[in-house]
Write a protein that binds this ligand. Structure first.
Ligand SMILES: [Zn+2]
Length: 901
């Protein structure tokens, strides 16, 4: 008889913050770590403890007990405390591609300062798994992953249906990524608590093992059985080694050992059967009833997702690119400050944090972290811009003009509006009393002003207004300088500004240009029109949009839908029989807000009458912890006005119709979406996910019972057929659904719920998201072969232009130039940064197609590239001019030896 081996791994799944505030969990972590250090010293049989795959727990402990550093180091060195490979345990889908990357990069680096990390991609509690994880893990040198969700184990008693891609007979399987990278994977088929609280008392132990071994053996493919001794915030089982002795006494045919993932993985990977099944792509519990996929966390507390977008875009697409360019001027890069900002951002990325599924205290602290990270990012960006603008030649502008430089820091050409303030005249406090300086400037009459480019050509711009206000300079080498100044507000549209480029302009005295071109809005019939789109705002507030390139007309665009929601932060559940309320059934009014040859904007106001909340039943059902599917609550009969104010903007040269919707939410327990019927009937669609544009089926699996099928996205979702398609982009709106009609894109704008959900009753009044809310999204169309343009525009919708005023001066850089050039419409840039702690440039991007390769040529003047991995180490693959399907492409750029700048 073969002896089966049972690997007992002690651990605690450490949600850093969740159903209690961070510090409540934190103080318990201190107790756990104290216990562990005590146990390591006093019980030589205690093999090791798995610290949940996240290094931040060490920082959190040492913040309270800095004197324990050496003891922690000794425990790690001795192999007692098993750490890494990640910084935090993230939600894959709600954080950006770069955030997922930095989590591994920082986690591995910090682990290695202590010792050897556990090389296991650890996703025990993640709400589904991203399709590029296999490629990403391999790039980090990690050959195995473990997760608790995403795949349905079928076990020995179930028939495995071959065409079910997301089931596995075993808890062990291969996982193939979008690019065909394969890693070994473990499903915690009986959860990561299957060996929790092992009894020491003999009879209880007998009963425990009888059940637990049978459960595990139903799924395990080898004679190596994994028992996870721990669960959420579980204190360490102090007598686990005694319990193991008892187990060994009870069984002859099993050997029980206190073990680690290192040992277990080595054993199981050497022994897996040849017919182990393979799951592929993203694992989002597709083969379930659809209720507990937890995808509706994408619409819980949308204000968090918007803030997350602010900070991610600031660090990834503004601060890092600007600082990377500025290094060529200063020879300095703010590595430490950026690491600090990234860590603050990533502290908001654990699955219970960014998912918005914690108590209010947790999410309040997140806002502070976002604000801090954003301020660091803004400061570093302004420092970089100051260095850059000082080196850009503005000497061609008139000496009395006010030059300013526009930067497009996005990875592709961008069209959009800039609204900025230019300081026209300044009086320092050293020249007088503030109120007199104020009065003096206030009494000045401004000459007619215009904007010119470096060739002296007038640029179409609107001089909107001006005001006098206090401001100050903080010189690097002297005391602060307060002053009064006249600020002139300028608005202009920039068309097709190349990727990572700048252009110098100046505000100067001169006649503002007038154009003979037609204005964008035709007021008589509520129409916006440019060279690409024709948009009619119908009397009911819906839009009829014609894509002039294909000639196709899309009716009933911008349909607002409101329904009740009686579930929680994790799950959306409409009350039984609840009928949707549509904005187009209520009166609509429109006004023209902007109408020039460059910008047209119509303001649409619709006031719906909607229920103020759910009825009283819901409060009782929540208190009684009635599972959301069993709830009988309805929406209240009491109605109140709910006003949607939509700004609909079209710019000259833009293929995107841009929307900004504002509302003051005073209602509870409801969801607001905007619907875009595509009139394209298809069985699949595309959405931006982590390092991929993922193809997803519109339909659901046979086992799916949830009447909705919510999905995650980053900046866009697309529906297309062979000849044309529609792309809906967004700013921090991560949830969409393709409706059961197989043609309509629904974008969630707002979701109000009153409780956390899950294992008890945790009221979350702030998850109702009361008060003023503004959401932004955009619409674009494409023909047969230019979908990538709409994808780039979708990404760029989240990346504003950077504008900085400067003086008239000589400089070694041209007034208008591109820092890098990318020749590939399929390549989406995610990072332009300096290598961690070093001076080389790192660029990273991915293929917008998972099925087609594409040519790729990137150039940075004065630099020479080689391939590198996600963690910035040399890559085994050589440099290639071809971007493979689903490839994540990282390049390391060294200063060319021959180039003399
Ligand atoms: Zn968790």
């Amino acid at each position: 008889m073969t002896t089966k081996k049972v690997y007992i791994i002690s651990h605690s799944h450490w949600d850093r913050e969740w159903y209690m505030a961070y510090e409540q969990h934190h103080m318990r972590l201190v107790a756990l770590m104290d216990d562990l250090l005590h146990l390591f010293k006093t019980n030589p049989d205690f093999h090791s403890f798995h610290l949940d795959g996240q290094t931040i727990a060490i920082d959190d402990y040492l913040e309270v007990r800095p004197e324990k550093r050496e003891e922690v180091q000794a425990a790690i060195t001795a192999g007692k405390l098993k750490i890494g490979p990640f910084y935090i345990l993230q939600d894959d889908f709600l954080i950006s591609s770069e955030s997922n990357t930095r989590n591994m990069l920082v986690g591995l680096e910090e682990s290695r300062k202590w010792g050897d990390p556990v090389m296991l991609g650890y996703f025990p509690d993640t709400f589904g798994n991203m399709g590029q994880a296999p490629q990403m893990m391999k790039e980090g040198g990690i050959e195995a992953a473990a997760f608790g969700r995403g795949v349905k184990p079928t076990g020995f008693n179930n028939v495995v249906i071959n065409d079910e891609k997301y089931t596995s007979q075993f808890s062990e399987m291969w996982w193939e990524g979008a690019d065909k990278s394969k890693i070994f994977s473990l499903l915690f088929a009986n959860w990561y608590s299957n060996g929790n609280e092992i009894p020491v008392e003999k009879e209880a132990a007998q009963a425990f093992w009888k059940e637990k071994l049978a459960d595990a053996e139903q799924f395990t493919s080898t004679d190596h059985i994994l028992m996870m001794n721990g669960v959420d915030h579980q204190p360490v089982q102090m007598d686990v080694t005694d319990a193991i002795k008892v187990a060994n006494d009870l069984y002859d045919d099993y050997e029980f050992i206190h073990s680690s993932f290192d040992e277990y993985l080595e054993a199981v990977m050497n022994d897996v059967p040849a017919d182990l099944s393979t799951v592929s792509g993203e694992l989002t519990s597709q083969e379930t009833d659809g209720w507990y996929t937890l995808a509706n966390t994408a619409s819980a507390r949308i204000y968090l997702k918007q803030k997350n977008t602010d900070v991610q875009r600031q660090l990834e697409n503004i601060t890092e690119p600007l600082a990377t360019m500025a290094f060529d001027v200063t020879g300095e890069y703010p590595h430490d400050q950026l690491r600090y900002a990234w860590k603050l951002l990533m502290q908001n990325h654990p699955h219970d944090s960014i998912c918005g599924c914690s108590v209010d205290e947790v999410h309040r602290e997140m806002i502070t972290r976002y604000d801090k990270a954003l301020e660091v990012g803004k400061f570093l960006a302004s420092e970089a811009v100051e260095s850059l603008t000082a080196s850009i030649d503005t000497s061609l502008f008139p000496t009395d003009s006010k030059p300013f430089v526009v930067f497009n820091t996005a990875g592709s050409a961008k069209t959009g509006t800039i609204e900025t303030e230019i300081e026209w005249k300044r009086l320092p406090f050293s020249q007088g009393v503030p109120e007199e300086l104020y009065a003096q400037l206030k009494n000045e009459t401004l000459p007619e002003l215009t904007v010119i480019d470096a060739k002296g050509q007038a640029v179409a711009a609107e001089i909107l207004s001006h005001e006098v206000r206090f401001n100050y300079d903080l010189p690097k080498d002297a005391f602060r300088v307060p002053f009064m100044a006249i600020y002139v507000k300028v608005r202009l549209v920039v068309t097709d500004m190349p990727a990572v480029s700048w252009e110098s302009l100046a505000l100067t005295v001169g006649q503002n240009t007038t154009s003979a071109l037609p204005t964008i809005v035709s007021e008589a019939d509520n129409r916006l029109e440019n060279e690409f789109l024709h948009v009619k705002v119908e009397s009911n507030g819906q839009l009829t949009v014609t894509d002039k390139t294909t000639g196709i007309t899309y009716p009933n665009v911008l349909t607002y839908e409101n329904v009740g929601d009686i579930a929680n932060e994790y799950i959306f559940k409409q009350p039984e029989g609840d009928q949707a309320i549509y904005a187009h059934d209520f009166p609509a009014t429109t006004t023209v807000a902007i109408n020039t040859t460059k910008i047209g904007e119509i303001t649409l106001i619709q006031t719906l009458m909607i229920p103020v909340s759910a009825d009283e039943t819901l409060a009782e059902e929540m208190k009684a912890v009635v599972e959301m599917r069993q709830r009988k609550a309805q929406r209240s009969k009491e109605l109140a006005p709910f006003t949607l104010t939509t700004k609909i903007r079209l710019e000259q040269g833009s293929r995107q119709l841009k929307f900004s919707t504002h509302f003051d939410n005073q209602m509870k327990d409801h969801r607001l979406r905007v619907l875009f019927p595509t009139n394209i009937t298809t069985d699949k669609h595309y959405a931006e996910s982590i390092f991929e544009v993922v193809e997803r089926p519109n339909g659901v699996s046979a086992s799916w019972e949830n009447p909705t099928n919510p999905q995650h996205q980053h900046s866009f979702v697309n529906v297309q057929d062979a000849t044309h398609g529609m792309t809906v982009s967004n700013y921090g709106l991560n949830e969409y659904e393709i409706l059961a009609d197989n043609t309509t894109i629904a974008l969630t704008l707002h979701r109000s719920v009153g409780e956390l959900g899950d294992w008890g009753y945790f009221p979350t009044p702030e998850a109702q998201c009361m008060g003023e809310q503004t959401v932004a999204f955009a619409l674009a169309f494409h023909g047969a072969d230019d979908q990538n343009r709409t994808f780039h525009d979708g990404q760029n919708f989240q990346i504003p232009f950077t504008v900085a005023q400067t003086s008239v001066h000589n400089g070694r850089w041209a007034p208008k130039a591109a820092y890098l050039t990318i020749d590939s419409s399929a390549y989406a840039l995610t990072a332009l940064k300096r290598k961690e702690h070093q001076t080389e440039i790192v660029t990273r991007g991915f293929n917008l197609s998972n099925t087609a390769s594409a040519p790729l040529e990137i150039k940075i003047s004065g630099y020479t590239p080689t391939r590198c991995t996600l963690i910035e180490t040399p890559h085994e693959k050589p440099l290639s001019a071809i971007l493979e399907p689903a490839e994540i492409n990282s390049l390391l750029w060294k200063k060319s030896a021959s180039v003399n700048d």
